[in-house]
Every structure is written in C-alpha cells, then in structure tokens.
Design a protein around this ligand. Sequence first.
Ligand code: ZN
Length: 234
Amino acid sequence: MQPDAAFSPPGEIPPSATPGRPACAVCLRPQAACICRWITPTAHQAEVVLLQHPLEVSHAKGSARLLHLSLARSLMAIGEVFDPALLQALISGPLQPQAPSARPSHTLLLYPDSPPHQAPGLPAPPVLTPAMLQKPGGLRLIVLDGTWRKSRKMLCLNPLLQALPRLALHGLPASGYRIRKAHQPDQLSTLEAVCAALAQLEGSAAPFAPLLAAFDGFVAQQLACRPGAGKMLA
Ligand SMILES: [Zn+2]
C-alpha cells in the first residue's frame, strides 16, 4: 500500500507471473506478455491518482498500469483500506517529491452519480461547482480501479474518499473493452474512463486519441492470449 510513482512496491507480484519466468521491470508482466509497446506518453493537465484494489493487481486484463505508465502526472497506490495519513497525502499532498509546493487546488473523485451506483448509507458528497473546474491544471482526479462492487467497497471503507466532490462522466461512447463483461454499454475500462474524464475536464478529446488507439492494440493482444482464442479463429 505504498505510493507507486514510477515502480511497484517491493514484493508486488507481477500480473500472471510464475516463478522462474522473468518479468518485465516496467509493466511487471511476464516478458512474453509484456505490454510496454502500448505505452503512449500523453500530455495531460489534471493529475491522476489511481487507487488499485489488491484483487486487480494480478489481472492481466487490467488497464490501470498501462494508463499510469502513459500519464506523466499520475501515481498508483494499491490497497482497499488506506491509512488515513497516506490517503490524505494522496488527496492533497504533492505528487512529485521534487516539487513539494505543487498541491492541487481541488481533488475530485471519479465516480458515477447515477442511482444504481450510489452507496446507500453514505453521506452525500460535496457539490461539484463549475468554479472548481475552471483550471484543469490545478485539479487532481482520484480513480478507483476495481469492479463496481470493489470500487463501492473502497468508497465505503475510506471516509476521506466520501468527502470528495465527485466527477461523473456524461455522453460516453460505447466501450471498446471487449475482454471483460460490461453490464452496460457505457461501462468503461479504467483507462477509457480516465481518458474520457481528462477530455471532459480539458475540453478536448484529441490529446487522448493516440492512447485510446494503443489501448485497442492492448485489448487485441489480451484477446489473442485467451485460452481457446486460436480455436475460435480456426
Ligand atoms: Zn513490459
């Protein structure tokens, strides 16, 4: 549960790695399944903090690490219940130790506002006002990387997250995320959701098109690696 600005914490198990098989030091996957060719350096304004549920760490299909490796102003931390001091630092502290004065003016939680996803019994979040969104470069976006059920649990277990204004996505295209069962057409992967959120905040989707195109390649690679994929093609 350590912040992971550039590399994973010591002892993290690389996704799908098996003992004796060398893992890529960057994407942490087995060399044969390395996804580094899809890393697409992408200029973006708002900072992104990815809070990854521990059950997502070993998911080969997960998109959060590819996203983190593509976004310079991002950080990844793994946990379900976060130490409040650590979480507070992730919410309002400097992301980069070399720039200790760089704190966000506002931190938002990327979370849907539609009723099915609301967690009953939780206090209503602070209202997101247009004034908060005027300068995307001063914003920090907290993103929960997990299934909807796990994301809800993370929200319930971490009161500091409940106190954040929420940013919801609107007018989304259908997801290209064919490797996981989506319950709704607009249920996006973490990478797609964050690209959509950054595009919404910055008022332009163009900067994120190359990363989304690379993500299509990542999805195709994961589909090709699935057991039985060859048979389906035959
Ligand atoms: Zn790699």
